[in-house]
Design a protein around this ligand. Sequence first.
Ligand code: FAD
Ligand code: NAP
Length: 557
Amino acid sequence: MLCCTSWEYIYSSSTTPHNSPQNAFVKGNYKKAKALHGRHQSKSNLRSCEQSLIVHIPGEALHLQRANKMQKLAIFRARLWLYRSFSSLSSNPLRVCVVGSGPAGFYTAEKMLKAHQQAQVDIIDRLPTPFGLVSSGVAPDHPETKIVINQFSRVAQHERCSFLGNVTLGSSISLSELRELYHVVVLAYGAESDRSLGIPGENLKGIHSAREFVWWYNGHPDGQNLDPDLKNTDTAVILGQGNVALDVARILLRPTAELATTDIASHALAALEESSIRVVYLVGRRGPAQAACTAKELREVLGIRNLDISIQESDLLLTPADEEELKSNRIHRRVYELLSKAVTSNPKDAGLNKRKLHFVFFRKPVSFLDSKDRPGHVSGVHFEKTVLEVVGPGKQIAIGAGEFEDIKCGMVLKSIGYKSVPVDGLPFDHQKGIVPNDRGRVLCDTSEPSVVEKGLYVCGWLKRGPSGIIATNLHCAEETVSSILEDLDQGELISSSALPKPGKDGLLQLLHDRNVRIVSFSDWEKIDSEEKRLGSSKNKPREKLATWEKLHKAISE
Ligand SMILES: Cc1cc2nc3c(=O)[nH]c(=O)nc-3n(C[C@H](O)[C@H](O)[C@H](O)COP(=O)(O)OP(=O)(O)OC[C@H]3O[C@@H](n4cnc5c(N)ncnc54)[C@H](O)[C@@H]3O)c2cc1C
Ligand SMILES: NC(=O)c1ccc[n+]([C@@H]2O[C@H](COP(=O)([O-])OP(=O)(O)OC[C@H]3O[C@@H](n4cnc5c(N)ncnc54)[C@H](OP(=O)(O)O)[C@@H]3O)[C@@H](O)[C@H]2O)c1
């Protein structure tokens, strides 16, 4: 009788070179393991491999050549057993849940599906629509950036992947429930709140975060009620000089005819068409050598038609510390050069109805001014002038210089960065605004030595903080997925991954019991085609369904 107990046993005493069946097995690539096993048998390893089966025939170690009919039958049965082992393993796949369907979520899913042939990946998102900030952050006049949606759609349509929209971690399902259902949970739910300034007057009407404003013009269903007042003022102040600040400045200042053929939400286009805002101040607490934007985005703003640019020449003077900083930062150097060129090339006369963009440096907001005519509404920002202080190599911070000035305005957009929010039971570093992690492995807390939360991982803005472009999340996902694979390899997840977990079936049951209406990828395709249909009549790529009701209606029709 043959008593070979498992595939691992056969290879347990052998070394595990890169292309060995065992290596492939551990990585979950059973097809490859089988193929390699076959190759081993058919080539030089035939004898040793079959011998290793035979040695487990109790009491006797026989050579295949001398094996009799019975023994050959035993070998055949061993092979059959191996095959069945693979089949049963594939019915007990590695259940992976990714929370968040932005770039970090989709890149994680894609890498996981490629790296682990038995991984079943479910992507949940609180919205009925996938793609995160690619859909609700990237500016409407940047259609080329959104092409990545095609790649993400192919991932969602993969036979081992599911998209489950309208499912919110923290309300539809708790983190502990999700961890019970899945072997691996990867949190990639981004940063859906805002950094605050913590200065007086921050709650006055007319002050919005850039995130809210972006959601509003991008048709996010939670952004529709913002209704910013663009009619009762001719001046807006934008705080911050990153790429988001440039996006919102461009949307305020670009001729609306150029926006009309984009996927901008129709309520936003209508409000912008009636906007009386002609002057925008883009205010940074540091200098032009530290501006957080990038050259391509700056060039685009500087190139807006019929826009007058104002920059104080004295702000462009560089200190030796600035020069040192610029030497080691090519992006900042390019931005500085563009700003310097803009001072010299821009005509100074603002023609009739011409719009104007002021780049203001070395000013930090101290408080917001309450309007006398419209109490409770912002009427300006009180700034303190700043000087820079060197705090480390290539690092200068702004400190108050004790001189103050006001800029009058009727609207303020705070573009000083996004902020992630924790869910119940999730370790969170409130100071950094991220989940404490070691290369994507969630740590129980920030203390040393670090203890890992088994089976829990993080990716994207929730892992690194709210910075980086779409592609940054690709590298971030590679790192997280390689941590998952390492943990599988090293047996860190073995005890749980060996046990079957309910995965999607369990999730569906639980959500059904809670009356959560799940939105599948094919439901999203209905929304997608309705949006495209509505857009085509207006010469737009799509007209976003910007309310929860409209989104749900499109699915049920
Ligand atoms: C305004 C703006 C414009 C940008 N423009 C560009 C650009 O032009 N080019 C570029 O390369 N990069 C751009 N970026 C950067 C890029 O969008 C980010 O790097 C990227 O989207 C971050 O990916 P993420 O997956 O971590 O987060 P997100 O894209 O925010 O995805 C998070 C997802 O999680 C979901 N979610 C949130 N909470 C929950 C919950 N509790 N349960 C379930 N799901 C949840 C959200 O609905 C969302 O779908 C822009 C960023 C912003 C803010
Ligand atoms: N087209 C694109 O590729 C694109 C478009 C949009 C966004 N993005 C990316 O998305 C990420 C997020 O962009 P972002 O603009 O939100 O963030 P960001 O690049 O970090 O810029 C934040 C800005 O806010 C300022 N700031 C922060 N705290 C402040 C405070 N307390 N008081 C005054 N000013 C303060 C910063 O000034 P300091 O420098 O002094 O801190 C900086 O100017 C970035 O990586 C960006 O490149 C890319």
